[in-house]
Write a protein that binds this ligand. Structure first.
Ligand SMILES: [Zn+2]
Length: 492
C-alpha cells in the first residue's frame, strides 16, 4: 500500500514514492551532541523510525541518512567551559544518543555522517553560492547567505518576509525572528575556537550548511523526503532549502515531514518547570523504554501529544497486555478447527492496521485495530471458541503491528544499567531506581534458574523454599505467574 503523507511544503497529503522507483531517500536531521536527548527530541526520532519501518514493511527500501552535528555554538561553548576540545567533548553525548535510540527500539540510520568530517563539501557549497551571488563575506571573515537573492525564501514555513530589512544579519544558528535575516554559513574563528583552514578562511561551518552539504553528498541533489521536528522548520529547514536550491537550481526535497513537539503534563517542557525529562530520567524512575516508545507513538505525529505519567502507566499496561496476549495465543492448546468470525476479524484487523498507517501514519487508529483484535480473541478464547486455525492469522496481525511499533520486546537493559551507574556516581539514586537496580542484578538466565529451583522445591513439597524464592524475586521487581502451561515471569 502506498503511504499518503502530509507534505509541509505543499500543505497537501501526497503519496510518498521513491523518485528512482527503488528506494526512498530520507534525510532526517540528527542530534547536536552537546547534552542528553530529551523525550521531545525522541518523539521525532521514533516517528521517523515508524515511518521507515512501515515503508520497509510495504516493500519500499529506505536509504536513511541522519547527521551528527558535532560542531556548533553550544558545543563550542560547553567544551570551552569544561576546558576540553570539541573532539573530546562530543563522543560521550553521541554514544548516549545512539544508546538511547537503540533502547527506544529505533533502527540505526544507514549512514550517519559527522559534520566535522564533511567540511570540504560545505566549503564547496558556499563557494558555489558565492559564484551565484548568494554568499558574501563580511569584514571579520564570516560568510552569509543573502536571502533577498532567493525569491522563494520562506516557502516552507510560509513566513511573510515583506518587512524584511535587506542585509540584516544573524550569526547564531538558532533564532526565532519572524523577519528573517541573512544567516551565517561560515563563521570566522574567534580566538581559541576550534577552526579549520579552508579556502573560505580560518573558521567553522554554521549548522544549516552542514545539513545541506551532507544531505546532497549522500543522497543526491533532490531527496525524496526530509524529516525533522517542527521546531526545525524555521529557520533551519528554510535555510537548508535556500542554500541547496540556490546552488543546484533543483528542488532540494520533494516531501517534508515535521513531527510536532510534545507537552509534559499539559505544559511546555522546561528545565525550570521541573517537567524536563531525558530518556534516562524516566528509566531511573522505573519506566520501560517500550512503554515510553509506545506512548510517544500512540498519538499521530501531526497532533500534539500530552505526555503524562498516567499516560505512561497506561502505555506500560497496554504493552503488557500485548505480551500476555501473544504468549496466550502461542501456548494454547486450542481445539482443532476454525472460528470463521474470528478469522474474519483477524484479517480485518491486519487490513485496518495497514490502512491506518498508509493514511498519513495514523498510529492511533492502527493501534486501535490491534487492540480490537486482542479483545475479540480473548473473548473467544475465554469461551473456548478460539481454534487452532485462528492462531496463525492472529499472530500475523500481531507481527505486522510489532514490525512497525516494535514494543513487545524491551531493549533497555544495558542503558538502564548505565543510567544507574551514572545516578549512583552523582548520588541521585531514588527508591524507584533502587528497585530497578535490584531487578537488573538478575539476568534472564538467573531468573529462569531460580524459577526451576522453585518448581523443584514445590515438587518436593519444600513450600518454604518455594515461597522464599517467589518473595525474593518479587522484591526485585520480578513477578511470577503460575499457569497450567508452567510459570511465566515479567519484570515489573
Ligand atoms: Zn538539519
Amino acid at each position: 500500500m502506498t503511504l499518503q503523507l502530509f507534505n509541509t511544503l505543499s500543505t497537501q497529503v501526497e503519496a510518498l514514492t521513491p523518485a528512482d522507483g527503488k528506494a526512498v531517500t530520507l534525510y532526517a536531521c540528527g542530534p547536536t551532541v552537546y547534552d542528553y536527548g530529551h523525550i521531545g527530541n525522541f518523539r521525532t526520532f521514533v516517528h521517523v523510525d515508524l515511518l521507515r519501518r512501515f515503508l520497509e514493511q510495504q516493500g519500499v527500501p529506505v536509504k536513511h541518512v541522519m547527521n551528527i552535528t558535532d560542531v556548533d555554538d553550544k558545543i563550542i561553548r560547553n567544551a570551552a567551559a569544561q576546558g576540553v576540545s570539541i573532539a573530546d567533548y562530543t563522543p560521550r553525548y553521541e554514544k548516549a544518543f545512539l544508546d538511547d535510540l537503540r533502547a527506544l527500539g529505533c533502527l540505526s540510520p544507514v549512514i550517519m555522517p559527522h559534520a566535522t568530517e564533511n567540511i570540504p563539501e560545505m566549503v564547496a557549497l558556499i563557494q558555489k553560492l558565492e559564484q551565484r551571488g548568494l554568499a558574501y563575506r563580511t569584514e571579520d571573515g564570516s560568510w552569509y547567505f543573502r536571502i533577498n537573492g532567493d525569491p522563494e525564501y520562506g516557502k516552507l514555513s510560509k513566513k511573510d518576509l515583506s518587512g524584511n530589512t535587506a542585509g540584516a544579519r544573524v550569526d547564531v544558528d538558532e533564532y526565532e525572528k519572524d523577519s528573517a535575516s541573512d544567516f551565517a554559513m561560515w563563521k570566522a574563528a574567534k580566538p581559541g575556537e576550534h577552526a579549520w583552514d579552508t579556502a573560505l578562511g580560518h573558521g567553522r561551518p554554521g549548522w544549516h550548511i552542514e545539513c545541506s552539504a551532507m544531505a546532497m553528498k549522500f543522497l543526491g541533489e533532490t531527496l525524496d523526503l526530509h524529516a525533522g521536528g517542527e521546531d526545525l522548520m524555521f529557520p533551519h529547514h528554510e535555510n537548508e532549502i535556500a542554500q541547496s536550491e540556490s546552488a543546484t537550481g533543483k528542488p532540494f526535497a520533494r516531501h517534508w515531514m515535521h513531527v510536532r513537539f510534545l507537552l509534559v503534563e499539559g505544559r511546555k517542557m522546561s528545565k525550570s518547570d521541573g517537567n524536563f525529562f531525558t530518556l534516562r530520567d524516566l528509566l531511573l524512575r522505573g519506566y520501560k523504554a517500550s512503554a515510553i516508545r509506545f506512548l510517544l507513538l500512540s498519538v499521530p505525529y501531526r497532533h500534539q501529544l500530552n505526555f503524562t505519567f498516567d499516560g505512561l502507566a497506561e502505555s506500560h499496561s497496554a504493552v503488557d497486555r500485548l505480551r500476555t496476549f501473544r504468549q496466550r495465543i502461542e501456548h494454547g492448546p486450542w481445539p482443532a478447527g476454525e472460528n470463521a468470525e474470528l478469522a474474519a476479524q483477524s484479517r480485518e484487523a491486519a487490513n485496518a492496521f495497514t490502512a491506518a498507517l498508509a493514511n498519513d501514519l495514523n498510529t492511533a487508529e492502527a493501534r486501535a485495530a490491534i487492540f480490537d483484535l486482542v479483545r475479540h480473541a480473548n473473548t473467544a478464547a475465554d469461551h473456548g471458541k478460539l481454534q487452532q486455525a485462528n492462531v496463525q492469522p492472529i499472530l500475523h496481525a500481531l507481527t505486522l503491528f510489532d514490525q512497525v511499533f516494535n514494543v513487545i520486546e524491551d531493549h533497555d537493559t544495558e542503558i538502564a544499567r548505565e543510567a544507574l551507574a551514572w545516578a549512583e556516581h552523582e548520588g541521585k539514586l531514588t527508591k524507584e531506581s533502587a528497585n530497578l537496580q535490584a531487578s537488573l542484578e538478575l539476568s534472564d538466565a538467573d531468573i529462569d534458574k531460580l524459577i526451576a529451583e522453585r518448581t523443584q522445591a514445590k515438587k518436593s513439597r519444600n513450600f518454604a523454599r518455594a515461597d522464599a524464592i517467589r518473595n525474593d524475586l518479587a522484591a526485585k521487581g520480578i513477578l511470577l505467574e503460575d499457569s497450567k502451561d508452567g510459570v511465566r515471569w515479567k519484570r515489573k
